[in-house]
Design a protein around this ligand. Structure first.
Ligand code: CA
Length: 223
């Protein structure tokens, strides 16, 4: 937990302890955060953006730039007024954010959700994905490509979630069938191709091209 305001940090620590996370370490600056994380990587970082000297955004940027912490779950705390910070934070790859003032129950719920997703491994999508062309909020079921709102069917949405959740990794058609269609028996692997085709054309040339066909293997969402 990275927060320079001791009162807020104390409240959050107490809340998380009561929610079953006994091992909460509080640090009061970005420098201290980077040191503590390098020393002993946590399961999750709660990162206030408004910090002295090294800002929360800088901490986030540095964590994402290091392979060891590139996928470390991060929940950002932002001021209500700083929409630009929030967008920057999500662009830098934060998993979720909360706007101050927030309810402590809400925070505990977000922590639970982010940890659950992290425990699910690379197979689960982030809550919010923001790339150069694609923005997808998988909780709010909202997808934008180059600023356009994209309407997807449930299947297409699940397909996108699966591809983005496994970004930069190849997924076979069989795997996608299993993940997106479940165990419906009469579905053929060709259906995957059809749905990927539709998804690509809805996303448009730039975001659509991020879904690559890997000949003989399957599909991959590239960043
Ligand atoms: Ca602060």
């Amino acid at each position: 937990m990275v927060e320079d305001e001791a009162d807020i940090a104390g409240l959050i620590k107490h809340t998380l302890e009561r929610a079953g996370h006994p091992d909460v370490r509080v640090v009061g600056s970005g420098d201290a955060a980077l040191e503590a994380i390098a020393e002993r990587p946590p399961a999750l970082v709660i990162l206030d953006l408004n910090l002295p000297i090294v800002s929360g955004l800088d901490v986030c940027r540095r964590l994402r730039a290091q392979p060891q912490t590139a996928r470390l779950p991060i929940i950002m705390l932002t001021a209500r007024t700083s929409e630009s910070d929030r967008i920057a934070g999500l662009d830098l790859g934060a998993d979720d954010y909360l706007t101050k003032p927030f309810s402590l129950r809400e925070l505990a719920a977000r922590v639970r959700a982010v940890l659950r997703r992290a425990a699910g491994g690379a197979d689960t999508a982030p809550i919010v994905y923001r790339g150069a062309h694609l923005t997808a909020d998988f909780d709010a079921v909202s997808v934008h490509a180059d600023g356009r709102n994209i309407r997807l069917t449930r299947r297409e949405f699940e397909l996108l979630r699966c591809l983005v959740g496994n970004r930069n990794r190849v997924l076979s058609r069989e795997r996608l069938l299993q993940r997106v269609w479940g165990y419906e028996r009469d579905i053929e692997t060709r259906s995957v191709d059809v749905h990927v085709g539709r998804l690509r054309s809805k996303l448009g040339p730039a975001a659509g091209a991020q879904i690559e066909t890997v000949v003989g293997l399957g599909y991959r969402f590239v960043e």
